[in-house]
Design a protein around this ligand. Structure first.
Ligand code: ADP
Length: 296
């Protein structure tokens, strides 16, 4: 079982030829509204890959909140972990250019009100879970209390430090696996050198570091072993949620087989396939699509 504690957003995705410059107005050639937010993306990704998933998150009492709940339910997720708050549901405006590069602006709304108490209300689940996955689009106190709760219950913690926020030094020791992308690693450690950056995170007490490297694949280290996996060759049109599906896939794979190299390869395929479709939720691959890719 996987527990995801994280954000739920509505994504407004605009496809453009070139990203706008400061002060520039441009026309988009495609527009799409879909469910997103790193928490929801990771929960849905894990569910689509066949895992037993419970999501803890928050939406507003507006129409966007209802839309989000419907979409989560359509994916077969249990809604009892979703707090409905008298606020605006989180939303994100995303622009994507022809090469698949994006800019994202997020209004957190209800996500900012996901409280420690709400997480603690579901503490029994932490005992049953194999993994708890977290990102940083919710209050840091809530992230930290969920991580402590996971540790008390011997549940493994995957922390996707996105977007980067300051975390208490003590918390790093409770993190089994931290999964920054290159930008996040740089922000957290001040070095652009992947190995050095990863080493700095290990020194903080994290047991394993996975750096996702976009089209270059991913890098793993636990201090004694290093693994580099090349990305799969795809026609990437939108990298939104690639990191999210990668994280979910890593947890799903590690629940099934403990072999880290095999799990990284699986996550790398899932992340790669996610870049071949537009949007966040809609791009998340299903278990059979991933298996078909691996077979062929
Ligand atoms: P984020 O989406 O968090 O910025 P990355 O861009 O590092 O994270 O992508 C996450 C993972 O998705 C990568 O480690 C890789 O497995 C896969 N991926 C991303 N971009 C590509 C690409 N252009 N081609 C193939 N795989 C990709």
């Amino acid at each position: 079982k996987i527990v995801v504690v994280g954000s739920i957003n509505l994504d407004f995705t605009l496809q453009v030829d070139k990203l706008p410059k400061k002060g520039e107005t441009i026309l988009a050639k495609n527009y799409k509204i879909s469910l997103g937010g790193k928490g929801a993306n990771q929960a849905i990704a894990a569910k689509r890959l066949g895992a037993d998933v419970f999501m803890i998150g928050a939406v507003g009492s507006d129409d966007k909140g209802k839309y989000a709940l419907n979409k989560l339910e359509e994916e077969g997720l249990n809604l009892s972990g979703i707090y409905q708050i008298d606020d605006i549901t989180g939303n994100a405006v995303i622009t994507i250019d022809n090469q698949g590069f994006n800019t994202i602006v997020v209004y957190p709304g209800a996500n900012e009100k996901l409280s420690t108490q709400w997480v603690e209300k579901h503490s029994a689940l932490f005992k049953e879970a194999d993994f708890v996955i977290l990102q940083l689009e919710i209050p840091i106190e809530t992230v930290e209390s969920a991580i402590r709760l996971a540790k008390e219950n011997n549940t493994k913690v995957i922390l996707n430090p996105a977007p980067v926020k300051d975390i208490s030094e003590e918390i790093y020791k409770y993190v089994d696996c931290i999964t920054p992308n290159e930008t996040e690693l740089f922000k957290m450690t001040g070095t652009g050198d992947i190995q050095q950056g990863a080493k700095k995170l290990l020194e903080k007490g994290v047991r394993e570091v996975v750096v996702t490297l976009g089209e270059k694949g991913c890098y793993y280290t636990n201090g004694s072993e290093e693994i580099i996996i090349d990305s799969i060759k795809v026609n990437a049109i939108d990298t939104t949620a690639a990191g999210d599906s990668f994280n979910a896939a890593l947890a799903v794979a590690l629940c099934k087989f403990k072999d880290i190299k095999r799990a990284l390869k699986y996550a790398n395929v899932v992340g790669g396939l996610t870049t071949t479709k537009l949007g966040a939720k809609d791009a998340l691959p299903f278990k059979n699509e991933v298996e078909d890719y691996i077979k062929n």
